[in-house]
Design a protein around this ligand. Structure first.
Ligand code: AMP
Ligand code: MG
Length: 379
């Protein structure tokens, strides 16, 4: 039963995903508790989407504002709009034929996987999950442990990332313990997340056209390739219907998110002398003598660039998301763990660059780095 893999000082039990432990997790979920579990994107904090009490715990443990709705995870066996409606998770009545047809196509191709779709919600789904929106965001995760949990429990599971709101997302079980160890009873072990950034969120309009509201683990080109003319591109401004004046205008698009505790600044264009000097001059007084700086780039920086950076930050240390010749998949998988390591290191400041490529998972990485960093220091 409860194999306790690591429990130094926290009360969370890290459980291997044995059949017994999955049953234990399902019992906890059925009784309205919340648990940590692995998905292929990031580790989630799961609760029964039909149970208000469970959902209230998710918001409480994460200190997440109630206006930010949750994504609901479903079993991969629910492979069509009809199946989702029969499971009483979505309401087909207000969906058009074209909308259903595009959703079915996307579900069949991309589920299980890192694609979240927005549907009219069934009344059974807790209003707390959707922040009172008439729609619900759904995805079927591909991670085997998540799938077992969903299939065997038969429950739709609301699950945001298992971290404190606004902080760096967890891609290893140890991160979940670091973030929520004081509150959580269980976290199921699932190894390192294979994708490492959150899902791509898309909405399908009445004509069956698809807009991406948040870039994520499924690339824009792949969606475009399958959808052709129905693909409308990235439209983060469409986002959420406004539920409150302070509600985010688009999914996950609150300005500061995924952020280290330490100050993290980003360069605007390039690692050039002028930009670095401007950035240095913008630093607060307590950092103006800053010595140790972590420099985070997408690829290893050439020696000449390192030299330019050291003219401003004499003791810069260099880190990159991936090695030369590697792709955005590796960079995405490393991103949050790398940010966490830099946050815990003895450097006083992190300075990053934003990837420029519009291909593969680079837009998702750019989005997360933008939200994790500031242009200049501001009080
Ligand atoms: P995460 O915080 O990564 O779990 O992603 C949740 C994001 O999904 C939130 O930032 C929401 O804004 C977005 N989301 C959830 N439900 C909806 C919805 N009904 N319509 C649009 N976006 C949604
Ligand atoms: Mg999150």
């Amino acid at each position: 039963m409860g194999t306790n893999l690591s429990n130094s000082g926290s009360k969370t039990q890290l459980l291997n995903a044995t059949a017994d432990n999955i049953n234990l997790a399902i019992e906890a979920l059925k009784s309205g508790d919340v648990i940590g579990f692995p998905t292929e994107t990031v580790y989630g904090l799961a609760g029964n989407a039909l149970n208000d009490e469970a959902i209230a715990k998710i918001f409480l443990y994460k200190s997440r504002p109630s206006f930010d709705p949750l994504i609901v995870h479903v079993a991969e066996t629910l492979q069509s709009c009809t199946a989702l409606a029969e499971a009483e998770i979505i309401d087909l009545r207000t969906m058009t034929h074209d909308q259903i047809s595009t959703c079915d196509q996307l579900i069949q191709i991309f589920w299980p996987g890192p694609l979240t779709l927005i549907f009219p919600k069934h009344e059974r789904v807790s209003e707390l999950v959707t922040s009172s929106l008439p729609t619900v965001a759904l995805r079927a995760p591909a991670h085997l442990v998540a799938q077992k949990l969903l299939r065997q429990s038969g429950l739709p599971l609301a699950a945001p990332s298992a971290n404190q709101f606004g902080r760096i997302s967890p891609t290893k079980s140890q991160h979940v313990i670091e973030e929520l160890g004081a509150q959580l009873k269980f976290c199921l072990e699932g190894g390192e997340c294979q994708i490492g950034v959150e899902s791509t969120i898309a909405s399908v309009n009445f004509r069956g056209e698809v807009s991406v509201l948040r870039p994520g683990g499924l690339s824009l080109e792949i969606l475009e390739k399958h959808l052709g003319k129905l693909f409308q591109g990235l439209h983060t401004e469409l986002g959420l219907p406004s539920v409150a004046a302070k509600s985010p205008v688009a999914p996950g698009l609150l300005e500061s998110h995924y952020a280290p505790r330490k100050l993290m600044l980003r360069i605007q264009t390039d690692w050039n002398e002028t930009e670095l000097k401007n950035l240095y001059r913008s630093l607060p007084k307590n950092l103006s003598q800053v010595t140790k700086v972590s420099i985070l780039s997408s690829f290893p920086l050439p020696f000449e660039t390192q030299h330019i950076i050291r003219n401003t930050f004499t003791q810069a240390e260099f880190f990159s998301l991936t090695a030369e010749g590697n792709d955005s998949l590796t960079a995405a998988r490393n991103l949050f763990a790398q940010l966490r390591t830099l946050d815990q290191s003895d450097s006083e400041l992190i300075v990053c660059e934003l990837p420029k490529s519009q291909k593969d998972l680079w837009p998702a990485i750019r989005d997360r780095l933008t939200r994790a960093s500031k242009k200049y220091w501001t009080p």
